[in-house]
Design a protein around this ligand. Structure first.
Ligand SMILES: C[S@@+](CC[C@H](N)C(=O)[O-])C[C@H]1O[C@@H](n2cnc3c(N)ncnc32)[C@H](O)[C@@H]1O
Ligand code: SF4
Length: 380
């Protein structure tokens, strides 16, 4: 067996569940920031870290990712304690990428300098739009001027690897207005841009608005047109669409997410954080009170079958530009069902949604538009 194919570097994820308000479209777990909540959360994360350290003595993470929520809201002292604890728990010598998600309204030059000193080397900034009217409609609590100031501060602090999140397909935003946001984002010269089509998530305020008839998404055709425009503008600027929602300049792909999509192991900590180790997955309950009161985080655990793991790898792999090789699946999972998936892929290739080259399968341009349907066919 080829060890290089079988081994993916490990990742560490920390979920910071605090925000300065709730965006109506967002269903990620978060609560309003308070200093007491932050102190309780820190104590519980440190306890979870100590416990997981004993469970994962071999963990040698190659990537660290602080997401949320809004990690940029955490105080300097908390960052120092977290960094100290991570170094004490794990050997971080192999870490090549340490990402922190930041919001434009809470990113300060002091925080950036502190992160730089700790070894953070990648910033993901939630810009969402370069149109103040759209930011207001999205319920964001920052302005375009604050996004630009944050980007300037990121550069001044010496971060080379940084990216922006944008939300596409906002109702009422026509092609010209969307193109203006794309151009404004590209003009800042980020290395990475995530483009997410606005979705209505169960539990988010937008779902209630939709149920009450006060909100409707763009038609499928308009959504596809906005996403195609993004792909065109990004391509012209030298960005590769290395995953359905992610664009990067060469060498600036997010290594942490790539390892997750390649089926690697990762340890997640904090309420709502997910972890994956071999065939086992678990997710801490999305409940800060429960997380800080129980001796061990309450969580849901699931052991996936080898077939389930292989299917996940296939579906996530197809969504990436690098695709997924049948020989990798064969070696890694030794499954008889592969021939069934091969048949399905061959049928899907006939209708132009997947393509195979040198044994590697990936979605075509049309396939990226109907990726969920491709997944359903493979699961069937
Ligand atoms: C984990 S969230 C939080 C990042 C950070 N707190 C922020 O707001 O900038 C990561 C990204 O998911 C995207 N997102 C969250 N909910 C979404 C939705 N319903 N539709 C489209 N994009 C969404 C946003 O672009 C956001 O920046
Ligand atoms: S999008 Fe970001 S800031 Fe808004 S609620 Fe979600 S996590 Fe918080």
């Amino acid at each position: 067996m080829n060890a290089a194919i079988l081994h993916n570097p490990d990742g560490l994820y920390v979920h910071v569940p605090f925000c300065d308000g709730k965006c109506p479209y967002c269903a990620f777990y978060s609560v309003p920031f308070t200093p007491d909540g932050e102190a309780d959360w820190l104590r519980a994360v440190l306890a979870e870290l100590a416990c997981e350290r004993a469970e994962w003595p071999e963990l040698s993470p190659a990537t660290i990712y602080f997401g949320g929520g809004t990690p940029s809201l955490l105080s300097g002292d908390v960052w120092l304690r977290l960094s100290e604890a991570l170094h004490a728990a794990f050997d971080l010598a192999a870490v090549t990428e340490w990402t922190v998600e930041a919001n434009p309204g809470s990113l300060t030059t002091e925080r950036l300098a502190l992160w730089k000193g700790l070894g953070v080397n990648r910033i993901s900034l939630g810009a969402q739009s370069f149109d103040d009217g759209v930011l207001r409609r999205l319920g964001r609590r920052h302005t375009v001027a604050q996004v630009c100031a944050a980007v300037e501060a990121i550069g001044a602090a010496g971060f080379e690897n940084w990216g922006l999140d944008l939300i596409a397909c906002v109702p009422g935003v026509g092609p010209a207005r969307w193109a203006a946001t794309l151009d404004a984002a590209l003009a800042l010269r980020p290395r990475h841009i995530s483009v997410y089509a606005l979705t209505v998530e169960e539990g988010a305020q937008l779902a209630k608005e939709r149920a009450a008839g006060r909100f409707a998404l763009l038609s499928d055709g308009r959504q596809l047109a906005r996403l195609a425009l993004a792909e065109k503008r990004m391509g012209e600027a030298g960005f590769a669409r290395y995953e359905i929602s992610n664009y990067a300049l060469p060498g600036f792909e997010c290594r942490h997410n790539l390892a997750v999509w390649r089926g690697g192991d990762y340890l997640g900590m904090g309420p709502a954080a997910a972890s994956h180790r071999g065939g086992r997955r678990w997710t801490n309950h999305a409940d800060l009170c429960a997380y800080v009161s129980a001796p061990l985080p309450p969580r849901e655990s699931e052991i996936s079958s080898v077939e389930g793991q292989a299917l996940d790898r296939l579906i996530f792999g197809l969504r990436t530009a690098e695709g997924v090789g049948m020989s990798e699946l064969e070696m890694r999972y030794e499954l008889p069902t592969l021939s069934r998936w091969r048949c399905t892929l061959e049928q899907l290739a006939k209708v132009g949604v997947v393509v195979e080259a040198n044994g590697v399968w990936r979605l075509t341009r049309r396939g990226r538009e109907v990726a969920d349907g491709v997944a359903v066919e493979l699961m069937g």
